[in-house]
Design a protein around this ligand. Structure first.
Ligand code: ADP
Ligand code: ADP
Length: 224
């Protein structure tokens, strides 16, 4: 069965309709690309799936629970423990070192500093940025910063990673390397990846593509 699925999602912002009957499903360990033009509703879909935004109607189910019906506190706890996030930029804490940034989700989960930072350094090594652990995010390149962000998203071994244009601010070479490292690490953990992108080259790293247009989803693999 699906790990995460949604049916008939509607979401408006004032007079704008962002989602107009969107559906989605992903299996454990699967990498699904959400493609579509700018403004089609991709980010809003990701936010609804991750429990960050409440849809006006429709339901999201995660691991046998109705995410959309959970109290806020349980939904945040789930996000912290079972989901990871990678955004386009601005997600690392500028005052912390790269190692401390990656260790942060473990610290929040109650892991002691030494153990959290040891695991964080292992993740930086896997992402091939072991040498920048002591630097602050402002001192590293965009590609290095995104590798740190990927390490932070995966450090808790989440069951789902939500990635919204994770390579949007990178040149195509470092973007493809980040995608390769993200999808390889996710497959090794059996972590599902919801990948929002408008670039076919980025979507090529997925197992399956879903297209969003005017707030509605279409799965090109389904014969409709
Ligand atoms: P398939 O295995 O054929 O890809 P899915 O696992 O995506 O099919 O599920 C098909 C339908 O079954 C979903 O659209 C949903 O309505 C329902 N479903 C899937 N998983 C669950 C679940 N954990 N709890 C309740 N209903 C589910
Ligand atoms: P995409 O990710 O495909 O670019 P979005 O989901 O970001 O699309 O946006 C879909 C539509 O909803 C757009 O018209 C956008 O301007 C609007 N929208 C998204 N978020 C908000 C918001 N917080 N407030 C007002 N309008 C929003």
């Amino acid at each position: 069965g699906s790990l995460l699925f949604a049916e008939n999602l509607h979401k408006g912002f004032g007079r704008t309709t962002a989602l107009d009957g969107a559906a989605f499903s992903i299996h454990p360990g699967e990498v699904v690309a959400v493609l579509g033009p700018s403004g089609s509703g991709k980010s809003t879909l990701l936010h609804c799936l991750a429990g960050i935004v409440a849809p006006d109607s429709g339901t999201v189910h995660y691991d046998g629970r109705e995410l959309t019906a959970l109290p806020d506190r349980e939904r945040s706890a789930l996000r912290r423990t079972e989901f990871g996030f990678v955004f386009q930029f601005g997600q690392l804490v500028p005052e912390l070192s790269c190692t401390e940034n990656v260790a942060l989700p473990l610290r929040l989960a109650g892991v002691r500093r030494r153990a959290a930072e040891r695991t964080a350094r292992e993740w930086l090594e896997r992402l091939e940025v072991a040498d920048i652990g002591g630097h602050r995010p402002g001192e590293v390149s965009g590609g290095q910063g995104q590798r740190v962000a990927v390490a932070r998203a995966l450090v808790t071994s989440p069951r789902v990673v939500f990635a919204d244009e994770p390579t949007g601010a990178l040149d195509s070479y470092s973007g493809e390397r980040v995608m390769e490292l993200l999808t390889d690490a996710a497959r090794a953990l059996n972590t599902a990846v919801v990948l929002v992108t408008h670039e076919a080259r980025v979507a090529a790293y997925s197992d399956r593509e879903i297209v969003v247009r005017d707030g509605r989803t279409r799965d090109p693999d389904l014969a409709l």
